[in-house]
Design a protein around this ligand. Structure first.
Ligand code: AMP
Length: 577
């Protein structure tokens, strides 16, 4: 893969997508054909037709045993011809045990390439090169790594990127393109990191031209933190002294050198802006030179559009890239497009990707190559990458919205089976039902109450966001007194959380997902909810209580009837992660 960074190369790439995809497949198969996994299907061949005929389309669970063998110390060539030097932990996926994917430095290079290319495209669309005229307030974090039994590092793709030599030695570092020093990004304590990002961003407020994060919720989360900490941040700027609770020494020292002594005038200005009763437009008020917010705003992140627009007085939100642990997918060639219109142009030189039409899920023969997808149709990508995934379904649903030269552009439609999410976790209907079964067991064993209706929603108006479950309860016997035992309901909250999968528990552990809440509603509430839906045109014979509520009117029906609220008294156990 050429790592050249010229916009003209993008034209070459997208005009020759078919050939480039075939070349990528050839290269991957030549590298991996003799692995234990591929050998039995290809017998050492790197022929595309044989690959299509013999290599099965699989889900992660099918390849998990192979990946786990390498994680447990077997040689990389169980699945990969190249060396596997670390693992990426997927955060955006769901279902039982957490997923890890093999990778090596090539993945980091590809990531740097994708980011740099998308930066070029973005700069072209703003009248001048914003990065050259100022700085990005980059809200980036790493989370603590773990290691596999064989001692290989496991962390998220972005954490791998930020911890890599590639990032450490990047050319743009000389221009200090971020307001925060690298030590803030690399600080393992997320609270200290958020605080220091804000402190660095505020103390250089006149330089900030872009507010940048991976996902929209990260920006919202930073503003929520600002609401909590602004007085303390101002006091730090006023005195030129970083708060004592910032104990990570490298982070602390690097931030102190950014503060460069007391600045009471700046503290006054920030204090004045933050003292307004409304925080509407706070981003543009605090960072008046900011031209856009750069973060993924598609898919699950669309729920944050109104909040970001409120905080930023509708600054453009640039959703630059789409990728996953399995595959870095593509870039947005039209950065100024509205969030709902964003499409990503596939980059054909990163992985080999096929597409399974969503209405032909059982028919693997309906899979098509990248250049053969049809405008308007929906597909699930099937990834073959350099690191040991061969024809692996990734669980995202995409729609073809157009072509850039020969290369299709895709709109991110949804995650397969996803219903609830406040961070990057995706909790499915199945997860919710499983969790409810556990929680109602607790209720059943400890009280004389029974559940007569439930639904839930992801409340992102709190910091951090959290899941709210509405429960309607009634005594099992009319003669029983209706009593709510706080300890039992807290145990029910805990049982729900305990049942969710690893990304939920990690988010909870890291303080990115707040304690789950059960709101007990008056009896008859779920009848009122049904009446509401029927009044909107539903049919009583088809009505099913929605497992998860999205409409604010429907939520209002529930909210008007809340009797009591309960939270878990302990965090879900993350020891199995
Ligand atoms: P992870 O493997 O943890 O990095 O999560 C990857 C998943 O995040 C993808 O499969 C998508 O479901 C989601 N994702 C990544 N980028 C975007 C984007 N730009 N828009 C919508 N969803 C995204």
């Amino acid at each position: 893969m050429s790592l050249s960074l010229d916009l003209k190369d993008l034209d070459v790439l997208t005009s020759n997508a078919k050939q480039i995809q075939d070349d990528v497949l050839k290269e991957i198969l030549t590298l991996n054909a003799n692995t234990e996994y591929l050998q039995r299907f290809l017998h050492g061949s790197s022929d595309k037709d044989l690959f299509k005929k013999n290599v099965p389309v699989v889900s992660y669970d099918d390849v998990r045993p192979y990946i786990e063998r390498v994680a447990n110390g077997e040689r990389s060539d169980v699945i990969s011809g190249g060396p596997i030097t670390r693992f990426v932990r997927s955060s955006g996926t769901t279902g039982g045990k957490q997923k890890i994917f093999p990778m090596n430095d090539k993945y980091i290079e590809m990531m740097g390439y994708l980011m740099a290319l998308s930066s070029l495209v973005t700069s072209k669309h703003f009248s001048d090169n914003v990065a050259e005229k100022g700085k990005k307030m980059g809200l980036h974090y790493i989370r603590t790594e773990s290691t596999t039994p064989s001692g290989l590092r496991v962390c998220t793709a972005l954490a791998s990127f930020f911890m890599s030599d590639y990032f450490k030695n990047r050319p743009s570092k000389c221009n200090s393109e971020y307001t925060s020093p690298d030590q803030v990004i690399l600080c393992p304590d997320i609270n200290q990191s958020v605080y220091c990002h804000l402190l660095c961003g505020l103390s250089q407020r006149d330089k900030v031209v872009v507010v940048n994060a991976t996902f929209a919720y990260v920006v919202v989360q930073a503003i929520n933190a600002l609401q909590i900490y602004w007085k303390e941040l101002c006091s730090n700027i006023r005195s030129g002294h970083v708060s004592e609770w910032i104990t990570d020494l490298e982070c602390r020292n690097s931030v102190s050198s950014i503060l460069r002594g007391p600045n009471p005038e700046l503290a006054d200005v920030i204090e004045q802006e933050c003292s307004h009763t409304s925080w509407e437009g706070i981003i543009t008020r605090l960072w008046p030179r900011a031209k856009y917010i750069q973060c993924a705003i598609t898919g699950q992140m669309t729920q944050y559009i109104p909040t970001l627009e409120f905080y930023s007085n509708k600054l453009p939100i640039v959703s630059s890239t789409y990728g996953s642990s399995e595959c870095l997918f593509g870039i947005n060639m039209d950065p100024l497009s509205k969030p709902q219109d964003v499409s990503y142009t596939f980059l054909p030189n990163i992985s080999y990707v096929e597409f399974l039409p969503v209405d032909h899920e059982g028919d693997m023969n309906s899979i098509v190559d990248l250049v053969d997808v049809k405008l308007g149709c929906y597909y699930e990508p099937v990834i073959t990458n350099y690191f040991g995934l061969h024809r692996c379904l990734i669980g995202d649903i995409l729609q073809v919205t157009g072509f850039y030269n020969d290369t299709p552009q895709f709109r991110f439609v949804r995650r397969k089976n996803m219903v609830l999410s406040v961070n990057v976790e995706t909790t499915t209907e199945e997860d919710i039902l499983k969790a409810m079964a556990r929680a109602t067991l607790v209720l059943d064993q400890s009280t004389n109450l029974m559940l007569t209706g439930f639904t839930c929603y992801a409340d992102i108006s709190t910091f951090p966001g959290h899941y709210v479950f509405y429960w309607e309860l009634k005594p099992k016997d009319v003669n029983y007194v209706f009593e709510l035992d706080e300890n039992v309901l807290a145990e029910c909250c805990y049982a729900l959380e305990e049942s969710f999968d690893a990304p939920y528990k990690l988010g909870s552990k890291d303080g990115l997902i707040g304690a789950l809440e059960i709101r007990v509603v008056q009896q008859g509430t779920f009848d009122s909810l049904m009446e509401y839906f029927i009044s909107q045109g539903g049919s009583i014979t088809q009505y099913k209580t929605p497992l998860c509520i999205k409409s604010s009117e429907a939520l209002a029906v529930l909210e008007n009837k809340v009797l009591a609220q309960f939270y878990s008294k302990k965090k879900p156990c993350s020891c199995d992660l």
